[in-house]
Design a protein around this ligand. Structure first.
Ligand code: TRP
Length: 366
């Protein structure tokens, strides 16, 4: 069996450090590992429309933002196919068939959908059917590429479970046709969820607690110095401090290496030593924040440089997703053809059904 990755993002905003730590960094590692036969990233604009139908312009604008974010972190179009969901008609057809293999009761039980409905404040009357059924469309995304590995955040596990159920049901009814996908989730807690700079559980645009990959150095510094929480009990430098739940240390956990210490804070060999000192007392928040800003800059400044290059060449960015999408059209159409064959609804693939119908009518006439 081939090793194929499919993952995706809704283009509803620019990507931030949480995305970087939780998924983008890993994608680049997987891309460069040489362990996969195919890597596909889907810009899920159709999925984004399921709760933004009144604002397609927002989705349209963010397609380019998200692709710029991909390219600037090191997604290489020679190794990874980047494609746009709405331009892949096979996905729409597959969704329509899969919708018959789930019940509305099962969809209502999907914990991610439940949480998202609540977050968006949808009433039962106001819930768009497309939004309610997007797990089925996501199953189409995954299976259309024959993906066996789907790198996603932990919140997407129910989507993968749903996908597996649909695949199993399809294969049981129509014969072994679809590949059973597995989720690949981030390895540790910090990767799973980087908190906002204010310590809130998640970075979110509406909370203004993000560090975007496209932020300037000044904006990053401002977020850290102006908004980042440390330890509320650490009032004097000499006070013993807490590193658990201290956002500065959470970010350092996610990003810093021993080389960063050698370069910017040689008093310590590594993060453990620094934490030790902070807990003991005598290490001020100012020093910690300054170090974090240096670490952030080491991470973000190459991304920024790369981004600036692509921003000056949007024509090439367009060509990259246009070529990726054209490739994905072929790829997903092949799966759709296989699915229609399995379902025996491939009426127009060849004329063989004429014989079948003739036979049927002969039998009826006897
Ligand atoms: N639902 C995913 C998210 O919000 C995005 C997505 C769409 C996706 N299609 C996908 C992820 C297919 C993995 C595979 O993050």
């Amino acid at each position: 069996m081939k090793n194929i990755i499919l993952t995706g993002d809704r283009p509803t905003g620019r990507l931030h450090l949480g995305h970087y730590v939780g998924s983008l960094k890993r994608r680049v590692e997987l891309q460069n590992s040489g362990k996969f036969d195919e890597i596909n990233i889907l810009i899920a604009d159709d999925q984004a429309l399921t709760d933004n139908a009144d604002d397609p312009g927002k989705i349209r604008d963010n397609i380019v933002n998200v692709v710029l974010d991909y390219l600037s972190v090191g997604i290489d179009p020679a190794k990874t196919t980047v494609c746009v969901q709405s331009a892949l008609p096979a996905l729409h057809a597959l969704t329509f068939y899969y919708l018959n293999l789930v019940t509305t009761a099962r969809l209502s039980r999907n914990p991610t959908i439940k949480a998202e409905i609540q977050m968006r404040g949808f009433s039962e009357e106001g819930l768009p059917a497309g939004f309610f059924t997007y797990p089925v469309s996501q199953t189409a995304d995954i299976t259309a590429f024959d993906a066996n590995v789907v790198p996603v955040g932990e919140d997407q596990l129910p989507m993968l479970e749903q996908a597996r159920e649909i695949v199993e049901k399809f294969n049981k009814i129509y014969g072994e046709t679809l590949v059973l996908p597995t989720a690949m989730i981030p390895e540790n807690a910090v990767q799973r969820r980087l908190p906002g700079v204010d310590g809130k559980a998640k970075m979110s645009k509406s909370l203004g607690n993000c560090i975007y990959l496209s932020d300037t150095a000044a904006a990053v510094k401002k977020q850290v110095n102006g908004k980042m929480y440390t330890d509320p009990l650490h009032l004097q430098i000499s006070d013993p401090g807490h590193t658990e739940g201290n956002v500065v240390f959470t970010y350092l956990d996610a990003l810093c290496t021993d080389a960063h210490f050698a370069e910017y804070l040689p008093d310590y060999a590594n993060l453990d030593e620094m934490k030790e000192h902070y807990r003991r007392g005598g290490l001020g928040d100012g020093v910690c924040k300054k170090f974090l800003i240096n670490v952030l800059e080491e991470t973000l400044s190459p991304i920024r440089t790369e981004r600036a290059k692509w921003e000056n060449d949007i024509g090439s960015v367009y060509d990259i997703i246009s070529a990726g999408t054209a490739k994905a059209v072929e790829r997903t159409n092949e799966t759709l053809a296989r699915v229609r064959r399995a379902m025996r609804i491939n009426y127009f693939e060849d004329r063989s059904i004429i014989k079948e119908w003739e036979q049927l009518l002969r039998n009826a006439g006897q």
